[in-house]
Design a binder for this molecule. Structure first.
Ligand SMILES: NC(=O)c1ccc[n+]([C@@H]2O[C@H](COP(=O)([O-])OP(=O)(O)OC[C@H]3O[C@@H](n4cnc5c(N)ncnc54)[C@H](OP(=O)(O)O)[C@@H]3O)[C@@H](O)[C@H]2O)c1
Length: 338
């Protein structure tokens, strides 16, 4: 039976869920693909653990046994992986540690499943060029809306269509905050506290509330699906931190719902992207996209218009999206015995 070795960089909430689900699904991978999938290495910011024989949940949970300094290039250059899940913190200004993890892995002909957004938002084109040259996969569902189908919908289901526009609610935190404010007629600060209480806000909430998270995801989709190099910092971008109680009262009286929406529009042979605070009336498909829920609306030339609602923000949804990418990598590697 062929071995598939998995490594995970960034072993926080999402990295741990990915490992847990991979280990739970080992029987499925054996039965479906005849692959013996093992988690052979994980690392955090200061320590890591590698064992080519495979790590179980108990060893992964025992942080005291991690080797100090086994992180960064020391980790990624030595872990004997076929597939890397990258889930270290998002830094869209520099790419952060994720950029060196993804670059080093692709150079070593390791398939990459990216969950952090910074490196892809900054350098998708060059990273995907390396992946193509090295004949390995660079998957990104976890970084582009997670459980909400975005990139697969555009690249696979709508392949060949001319897409005139994409509009998407892709940041759960901002939708929770706006929904709270509208439901309870409360202040931005109170609604943000509720999102933090639910554990879905970024540790620096301005990444969500100033529209950066939506901008990163939209830039990744624009680059990957349309081949248009969009720079996150140059994208016209609105946030929600300036929304006041007076705004909320006015919108409630007018029966419109505020939604933070990432927009991609066809302009001639290329695409423009922006992040906007939109006011949706009752006839708009985003009017009822409430709380953690996300949504995408796509207009095509031949296949009509689509709206998908769902894929709400939670760690299992994100890990599930990354495991969906992994399943596709396994399908591509799988060669049934004649
Ligand atoms: N949470 C979600 O629903 C969601 C959805 C989509 C995408 N994402 C993205 O997924 C990534 C992980 O999110 P999370 O919720 O799991 O965050 P998290 O709980 O804060 O975990 C991040 C982990 O990264 C580790 N780390 C920091 N610097 C590192 C480095 N230089 N090398 C290796 N590891 C490093 C930290 O390890 P130490 O503990 O050792 O410092 C921390 O445990 C982020 O980029 C986030 O934007 C998250």
């Amino acid at each position: 039976m062929r071995r598939i070795n998995v490594a995970i960089t960034g072993f926080g909430g999402i990295g741990r869920k990915v490992a847990e689900l991979l280990l739970d699904r080992q029987p499925h991978y054996r039965a479906r693909y005849q692959f013996d999938v093992r988690v052979v290495g994980v690392c955090g910011s200061s320590a890591g653990l590698i064992d080519e024989a495979g790590l179980d949940k108990a060893r992964l949970g025992n942080r005291a046994a991690y080797t100090k300094g086994l992180t960064g290039s020391a980790f990624v250059e030595s872990v004997p992986a076929d597939v890397l899940f990258e889930s270290s913190p998002t830094d869209f200004r520099t790419g952060g540690a994720a950029l060196s993890y993804i670059s080093a892995a692709l150079q070593r002909r390791v398939h990459v499943i990216a969950i952090s957004k910074g490196a892809l938002a900054l350098a998708y084109t060059s990273l995907s060029d390396v992946a193509a040259r090295q004949k390995v996969a660079l998957k990104l569902s976890g970084a582009a809306g997670s459980a909400l189908p975005t990139i697969d919908l555009l690249q696979y289901n709508l392949a060949g269509c001319k897409i005139s526009s994409v509009a998407a609610i892709v940041t759960g935190t901002t939708n929770v905050i706006l929904s709270e404010m509208m439901d309870k007629e409360c202040s931005f600060g109170e609604a943000l506290s509720e999102a933090q209480h639910l554990g879905i806000a970024e540790s620096d909430p301005s990444l969500d509330t100033d529209g950066w998270d939506t901008a990163c995801k939209i830039a990744i989709v624009c680059n990957a699906a349309f081949g248009t190099a969009i720079k996150v910092q140059e994208m016209p971008r609105q946030g929600i931190s300036g929304v006041t109680l007076e705004d909320v009262r006015r919108w409630r009286a007018g029966n419109v719902m505020p939604r933070l929406v990432g927009v991609i529009e066809s302009v001639g042979a290329t695409y423009d992207a922006s992040v906007r605070l939109e006011l949706c009336d009752e006839t708009h498909p985003f009017f009822r996209v409430h709380g953690r829920n996300k949504a995408i609306r796509v207009s095509t030339d031949l296949m009509g218009d689509f709206v998908i609602v769902g894929g709400g923000s939670n760690p299992y949804g994100t890990a599930g999206a990354a495991l969906k990418d992994f399943e596709h990598v396994l399908r591509d590697l799988y060669r049934p015995v004649e």
